[in-house]
Design a protein around this ligand. Structure first.
Ligand SMILES: [Zn+2]
Length: 284
């Protein structure tokens, strides 16, 4: 297998009413967990990296890890640039082999958002790369992007249709009440808004900030048209818990091969649960 774009995988999810989970990875170990689990469960998966992750792991290291993952895996591997704001960084990653990108210009005024997204779409199409963009703004923090309560904004269904048509994007990230990071109380999802967006927009819809959202809520959003569910925070928590537990029981531990393994095991449980939640198992 090789690295593919997310376009056809998300269209299949839309047609068969499941969602493809997008897992934020940071290094070799976290990538291995996602790929291994996806293989076992025959699930299509998206491996997502924010600009912070690319800076941390190194663009070339990361893309080559993905190439090897795709070579080994029996399921399609999608490497996705999550929440990228820098057009030049996107172009650079595409030239190295990335096939799926999110251009996040949601902080800009509407017309400027469209202009920036169109620029990325134009470049991406030349390389058969799929593009996700966001309309509306999720509250919380993702990487270096921080959105306060008063600056957050739900997606306007009428604008969503105009936005998709004019930009030519392949999938749309919607703001319907989820948040990046952890929730202080149960999120209130605007299902009516999601239904209206779904009526007006024909490209697959993406749910960001799904960490910590109760399963029944995520399931309902998938029924209503969400085709990609992003999970980041919950994976980090699980991985760290595994490592922390190991040090608690073995304060003298110093071998990364020993203390990273329980982190991977804990993270794997979350990946498995999310694949089942998205109902993407046996779809690859
Ligand atoms: Zn996000």
């Amino acid at each position: 297998m090789f690295i593919i774009s997310s376009k056809n995988v998300l269209l299949d999810a839309q047609k068969r009413n499941y969602a493809v989970p997008a897992f934020n990875i940071h290094n070799l170990e976290t990538t291995q967990v996602v790929v291994e689990t996806a293989n076992e469960m025959k699930s299509p998966v998206i491996l997502a990296a924010t600009p912070g992750t690319i800076k941390f792991a190194g663009e070339k290291y990361l893309i080559n890890i993905m190439k090897v993952a795709a070579e080994i895996a029996e399921v399609p591997i999608i490497f996705h640039l999550d929440h990228h704001e820098d057009v030049e960084a996107i172009k650079s990653a595409i030239l190295l082999g990335a096939k799926s990108v999110m251009i996040d210009a949601s902080a800009l005024p509407y017309e400027e958002n469209i202009k920036k997204v169109k620029e990325v779409v134009k470049f991406a199409k030349r390389y058969d790369v799929s593009v996700e963009a966001e309309l509306g703004k999720l509250v919380g923090q993702e990487d270096d992007i921080v959105v306060g309560e008063k600056d957050s904004q739900m997606t306007d269904p009428n604008l969503a249709n105009d936005f998709v048509k004019r930009t030519g994007i392949d999938s749309l990230a919607v703001a319907i009440g989820t948040a990046h990071g952890l929730y202080k109380s149960e999120p209130k999802i605007d299902y009516d808004r999601l239904e209206k967006i779904k009526e007006k927009v024909d490209v697959p819809l993406v749910l960001h900030g799904a960490s910590g959202v109760p399963d029944e809520i995520v399931r309902r959003t998938i029924e209503l048209g969400i085709c990609k569910v992003n999970v980041a925070t919950e994976l980090k928590i699980a991985f760290s818990e595994g490592v922390k537990n190991h040090f608690k029981n073995n304060p003298e531990a110093n071998d990364p091969r020993k203390y990273l393994t329980p982190g991977k095991e804990k993270m794997k449980e979350v990946v498995r649960d999310k694949i089942l939640l998205c109902n993407s198992n046996d779809k690859a």
